[in-house]
Design a protein around this ligand. Sequence first.
Ligand SMILES: Nc1ncnc2c1ncn2[C@@H]1O[C@H](COP(=O)(O)OP(=O)(O)OP(=O)(O)O)[C@@H](O)[C@H]1O
Ligand SMILES: O=C(O)C1=C[C@@H](O)[C@@H](O)[C@H](O)C1
Ligand SMILES: [Mg+2]
Length: 174
Amino acid sequence: MKAILIGFMGSGKTTVGRLLAQQTGTEHADLDELIVASAGCAITDIFANQGEAYFRRLEQQTLRRALTTPGILSTGGGTPTMPANAAILTASPVPVILLAASDATILQRVTGDASRPLVNDLDTTALLDLKHRRAPLYEAAADLVIQTDALTPQQIVTTIQDWLAQPAQQVARA
Ligand SMILES: Nc1ncnc2c1ncn2[C@@H]1O[C@H](COP(=O)(O)OP(=O)(O)OP(=O)(O)O)[C@@H](O)[C@H]1O
Ligand SMILES: O=C(O)C1=C[C@@H](O)[C@@H](O)[C@H](O)C1
Ligand SMILES: [Mg+2]
């Protein structure tokens, strides 16, 4: 794995991960998509039928497996907020990149998309409260933080590529 993208729902992990993989000629894995493929149903169905705790167990197993494959990994919005997952990320030599975004940007990006159970179940205040409570957990797991509000996905990809190319990063991962 070359890089792991973390961040709140709607921060752009899937969009940026796909583009970064394309432009670096590597594979892209999306944790949510891997979970859906192995469960054979949508994340909203897993939450509704088996509950969030079951989803979190699948997420942890899938994270462990994904880290053994090459390429770019886009995590789910809650992945690094689970202590066991945070420990897995910290123990991994792969750089962890946080895509950060303002409350307004996140609300604009997730509104009207029914695929995220926590967005469906929480009102705006509760969703932003969750985002604020998670912020220090994301930051603790991150090697690089990118404030994405004013950046296009392409500009974010370029920022990541420039950072990965820095000698300090090459040495850190040697
Ligand atoms: N930098 C950006 N500028 C503008 N729109 C963006 C940007 N990044 C992502 N988007 C848009 O925001 C929405 C959410 O993006 P995406 O699905 O990549 O987020 P995510 O972090 O993977 O969310 P989740 O945690 O729920 O999987 C999409 O409609 C995407 O096109
Ligand atoms: O923020 C979260 O906890 C989640 C985000 C999504 O990517 C999915 O992993 C799921 O909907 C849970
Ligand atoms: Mg995603």
